[in-house]
Each structure stands twice: as structure tokens, then as C-alpha cells.
Design a protein around this ligand. Structure first.
Ligand SMILES: [Zn+2]
Length: 313
């Protein structure tokens, strides 16, 4: 299997790369789907995304070009379906995909109904994919409300990891929430080091006791932070195309993933918001190869990094 991936990359054969097991560990469910699948279902054309200056620009674009066409619980479930269809099509064997804790409102606040629906969609559209459901919190959310909702989510023992996104300087308020999640055996993650500095990455990992970081690319600006991440075996789930579209990185060849890797930081390659960025995990690998960032053997090692959790599921 390993040599198949190396061979497929060498031949730049996307169809073959797709057949080989991969992981996607940084994927926001309602934005993680295949764009063409949604276009066909709705009979619309979603325009190509422009380069965004920041997250607000991206959210505005999403509000204007995607959200109005995919409304209500039916639209929500179609988006989730599109994400599983995408994973299945791209050989994503391990999918750690996140659901905003507020999305339960699509199910009249019944966590049970939400979980039943997710289970059904997973089994119908990606039965061969091992799925790790993740709870996502926004940094803007009220901690007491989150705490209450989290109790209900944890009660069902379905979600196995937790992530925070938003203002990177406003993550510490979830310290208690993360402690509870840790005590319940969840994998702990947060979006940090996408916009914030290297030192912030280390501080957030320490304070919230994270296992993994979503993005974390600014860690490449500090030798000591990279060393600390490497020594503590903190994995960075990196999304190269997302970083380009959000003006964090100029192009693939200049992506700091190489520097992080060279400094011993464990990295994986992921999609983030496929319905916007339109690059699958397979394409991310191929793009890094084409840009000369890694050789085939290194990319294979990164692919295997992402699949390690499979042995614990
Ligand atoms: Zn993300």
C-alpha cells in the first residue's frame, strides 16, 4: 500500500492517489462537502472563491454565495451528505469532522435527533470511512451556555473530539470546558497559529492541554516553539490551500509545512472548507509534491501520520 501511494504521486496520477487510504482531520462539516455534488442537487453554480484578506471576507462570501441556497434542515443534511460523499470519493479512510455545537438548532435542539441523523448519513454515504465526530465551539460563544450544551452532547458518548475556532486571543475562557472534555476522553484541539503568533500556539496548547492544533503554521516562526511542539508530540492539522486562500501563505512552495516538518513537528494534510477551497486531500498531497515542497516518501510519511489514530478507534 505504501509503495502504491509513492508510485501514484510519482506518476501524478490523481485517480490512483484517491484510491489510497488517507485521513482528513481538519474539516468543518457544513463546509466540508463536494461543491459539484451541491451544485447538481440544487441546480446552481457556486463561483470559484477569490483570495480572501481575512476570515470575515470568507464568511461574507459564504453568506452570499452558498448559504442562501442551502437552507433548513434539508439543506444542512445535504451539506453533511456532500462531505461524506467527498470523503468516500477521495479515499478518506479516517474522517475527524467537526459540528458547531449550535447546529443542534437544526434539530429543534435535540442532540439525540442530530446524532441519529449523522449516523444515518455516515453509514449511507461513506460506510468504509472511520468517522470521529467532533464538537466545534466558536470563541464568541458564552461559556455557561457551552458548558450546559456540552453536558448534553457528552451524555450520548458519540462525539470523540472538541475544537474551538474564532478569535485566537479569546480561547482561554474555555479552560474549564476543555478540562471536562479531557476528563471524558475527548481529543482536544483548537484553531490557533493561523493568524496569531508562535508563542500564542504554545500558550494555548499548554493552557487548554491540547493534543492537536488546527493550522498552527505560525509556529514555524519560532525555533523554540517548534522544538516544544515536537518534544510534546503535538500534531498540527494543516490545510495548505486554505492558508493560501486566506492570505496566510503566498503559494504552496512557500508553505511553512516544510519548515515545521524539518524541525520535527508532526504534521498532517487536510481540507478545512472544501465547498469553498475546492481541493481534496489527494489534491493537497499532489499540489505539495508538484510544488517541490516534499518528496513522495515524505508525503507518504505525512499520510501515515494522519492514519495513526485508526489503530485506537
Ligand atoms: Zn478550520
Amino acid at each position: 500500500m505504501n509503495s502504491d501511494f509513492i508510485e501514484a504521486l510519482k506518476n501524478k496520477d490523481l485517480a490512483e492517489i484517491r484510491k489510497i487510504s488517507k485521513s482528513d482531520l481538519h474539516n468543518h462539516a457544513p463546509r466540508g462537502g463536494n461543491k459539484r455534488y451541491i451544485e447538481e442537487w440544487k441546480g446552481i453554480k457556486i463561483p470559484d472563491a477569490p483570495i480572501f484578506k481575512n476570515l470575515n471576507e470568507m464568511n461574507d462570501w459564504n453568506l452570499k454565495n452558498i448559504k442562501p441556497f442551502i437552507k433548513g434542515v434539508k439543506g444542512y443534511e445535504k451539506r453533511i451528505e456532500a462531505a461524506f460523499v467527498q470523503a468516500n470519493m477521495d479515499g478518506v479512510r479516517l474522517l475527524n469532522m467537526s459540528f458547531n455545537i449550535d447546529e443542534v438548532s437544526e434539530y429543534a435542539n435535540s442532540v439525540e435527533n442530530m446524532i441519529n441523523s449523522l449516523k444515518k448519513i455516515h453509514l449511507k454515504f461513506a460506510p468504509n470511512t472511520v468517522f470521529i465526530p467532533e464538537i466545534a465551539l466558536g470563541s464568541y460563544m458564552d461559556t455557561d451556555e457551552v458548558n450546559e450544551k456540552l453536558n448534553e452532547f457528552l451524555h450520548y458518548d458519540y462525539f470523540k473530539s472538541i475544537d474551538i475556532y474564532g478569535d485566537e486571543n479569546n480561547l482561554f475562557k474555555f479552560k474549564k470546558v476543555f478540562k471536562k472534555a479531557k476528563n471524558n476522553g475527548l481529543i482536544l484541539k483548537a484553531h490557533v497559529g493561523e493568524f496569531g503568533c508562535a508563542e500564542l500556539v504554545q500558550r494555548v496548547v499548554e493552557e487548554l492541554e491540547l493534543n492537536q492544533v488546527q493550522h498552527g503554521i505560525s509556529a514555524a516562526n519560532s525555533k523554540s516553539v517548534m522544538k516544544w511542539l515536537a518534544n510534546n508530540k503535538i500534531q498540527l492539522n494543516i490545510c495548505p490551500t486554505s492558508n493560501i486562500y486566506l492570505s496566510r501563505v503566498e503559494n504552496y512552495s512557500k508553505h511553512p509545512i516544510r519548515k515545521l516538518y524539518d524541525n520535527g513537528v508532526k504534521v498532517t494534510v487536510n481540507t478545512d472548507d472544501m465547498i469553498i477551497f475546492d481541493k481534496s486531500v489527494s489534491e493537497e498531497f499532489l499540489n505539495l509534491y508538484n510544488a517541490g515542497v516534499f518528496n513522495c516518501e515524505e508525503l507518504n510519511e505525512i499520510r501515515e501520520n494522519g492514519l495513526k489514530l485508526l489503530h485506537n478507534v
